[in-house]
Design a protein around this ligand. Sequence first.
Ligand code: BES
Ligand code: MN
Ligand code: MN
Length: 459
Amino acid sequence: MDPIIDFINLQRDRYVEELKAYLAIPSISALPQHAGDVKRCAEWTADELRRIGMQNVRLIETPGNPVVYGDWLGAANAPTILFYGHYDVQPVDPLDKWISPPFEATVRDGEIYARGSADDKGQIFMHFKAIEAHLKQNGSLPCNIRVFIEGEEEVGSTHLDAFIRDHKAELAADVVVISDSPMLERGVPSICYGLRGIAYFQIDLKGTDSDLHSGSFGGAVANPAFVLAQVLAQMKDRSGRIKIPGFYDDVRELRPEEREQFRQLPFNEKKYRKELGAPKLFGETGYTTLERVWARPTFEVNGLLSGFTGEGSKTVIPATAMAKVSMRLVPDQDPGKIADQFEAYLKKVAPKTVELSVIRFQTGQPWMTDFDNRHVQAAARAIERGFGKAPVFNREGGSIPVVSTFQQELNVPSVLFGIGLPDENAHAPNEKLDLTNFHNGVIASAYLYEEIGRLNGPS
Ligand code: BES
Ligand code: MN
Ligand code: MN
């Protein structure tokens, strides 16, 4: 392995320059005006896979954005990794909060700032460079690798489940590797063994046909903005518990041993609160912050829209009110069942003074695995070799819906080895990736392929 690691260490500057080019493509999947950029980013990803020596590289069309596929299957009798990631990124607004432009990657204090740096282009690029190092130095990889990069993760991976069902043979593997999550803390490399699921909705309330003069009509009709506030207020009680009937029926309670494991992790609640700038933390009574974020479900309002919000004042009763809401789910909650329960409750609590309509957006299953399996242990060894420190095992509050699909449809377990940081500003202004973590991550990934390759034959 030494020549490979030496090679990697000599290439640091080139890696950063190439990553800047990748980050310059505004592949925002949520915005139709960026459809061309999304396509261009898929092509850039495919070209990169060809440059690093992958074979059978191609874009595969879906009803949405293309999937990028490439493989190297020359390691006879060695296991196969399915490497998954996403080349699409989140929108950048509010743009005026960015210190440097989101698509002109800029290095400051050892961190590279750009939309997609942590989520997820920087993390997938780390694996590309590890693959390249093996192929350029040795002409081969120690295990087989299929690279599978999608372009719709940030909008719910709408077409991916069907894609996976239709391409089972092409995706056959022994283990899925994903780098799309943060580490617990700076200097604390981590393997993530659990993700929350999600169910996302839009609620629309309509009162009257048009906005009304609030003096002439105020008192005679319900105000949709006020009704929306009342409806939302009935979703949670004061202790943070969600009031949707049946919501907690399938929640797997934390085992005492797992709570103890959480307590052993290096997590400083005071520092956490300060970094968030929150006056006070808040969450479900009876649970610690890590438990609340990793192992308990939530109900959140993601956005609200109604009435007059411009400068100054305007006396008006809005005709409509809208809210985007989502629930994060934990094992063994089922997003479909939760969606039905939520809609039934919403219909019950919404008064007849407004017309209610609900749109269902994306859903994703929660996911959890045990971490004493040989793939996770191989990853732990690789991370220790790359970072000089054994990883901790953590859960995360975010969602990667495809992870449970890999398990269910392909029967392949996943290893989540993320190198982001909690303050990476994913989905927010000034997203960044720590370059030391990136470079250690390239080395750890190179070791990971060796460690997986050593697992002797397909499992
Ligand atoms: N990389 C994140 C998922 C993530 C976030 C994992 C934090 C672990 C910790 C991913 O790109 C993401 O943002 N997923 C969405 C999924 C949604 C659009 C269905 C999410 O979690 O909001
Ligand atoms: Mn991501
Ligand atoms: Mn994301």
